[in-house]
Design a protein around this ligand. Structure first.
Ligand code: 2BA
Length: 109
């Protein structure tokens, strides 16, 4: 069994939830915050049998899209003023950042 942790954009969260339900893939949604943009995103925790991992990855891939997002200006406080960018810049945000981890034990009590 594996644990899939997928960080996705909030805009894709409902679409992905519905697609997982349709495929009978169980998931838990966690509200999360991107360390760089400091904006809300959603982390899906999916416990799944080894032979269905690829199916779950395909569902994630097909329901999450990349977008450009505006990163706020970085403060020069305590840093190098030459590196200060006083205007917002666009950064690409991936459709999904996915980690696949082995599960040592799985219990439901
Ligand atoms: P954020 O940390 O808010 O990052 C949003 C996007 O900003 C990133 O998109 C990347 O394009 C850019 N970015 C991040 N750190 C940067 C930096 N130090 N300098 C310049 N640009 C930077 P993605 O790479 O697609 O990541 C989307 C979200 O997935 C991230 O939101 C974060 O919540 C999560 N994530 C990405 N890589 C991760 C990792 N290695 N571990 C844990 N979470 C990760």
């Amino acid at each position: 069994m594996k644990l899939i942790m997928a960080v996705v954009q909030d805009q894709d969260s409902n679409k992905l939830s519905n697609a997982l339900i349709e495929k009978r893939i169980r998931a838990t949604k966690l509200a999360s915050t991107g360390g760089f943009l400091k904006a809300g995103n959603t982390t899906f925790m999916i416990g799944i049998e080894d032979e269905r991992v690829q199916e779950a990855l395909d569902v994630i891939k097909n329901n999450c899209q990349s977008r450009e997002q505006i990163a706020p200006p970085v403060s020069p406080m305590g840093g190098n003023v030459d590196a200060y960018v006083p205007y917002p810049v666009e950064v690409p945000v991936g459709g999904a950042t996915v980690f696949v981890l082995p599960i040592e034990q799985f219990h439901q009590f």
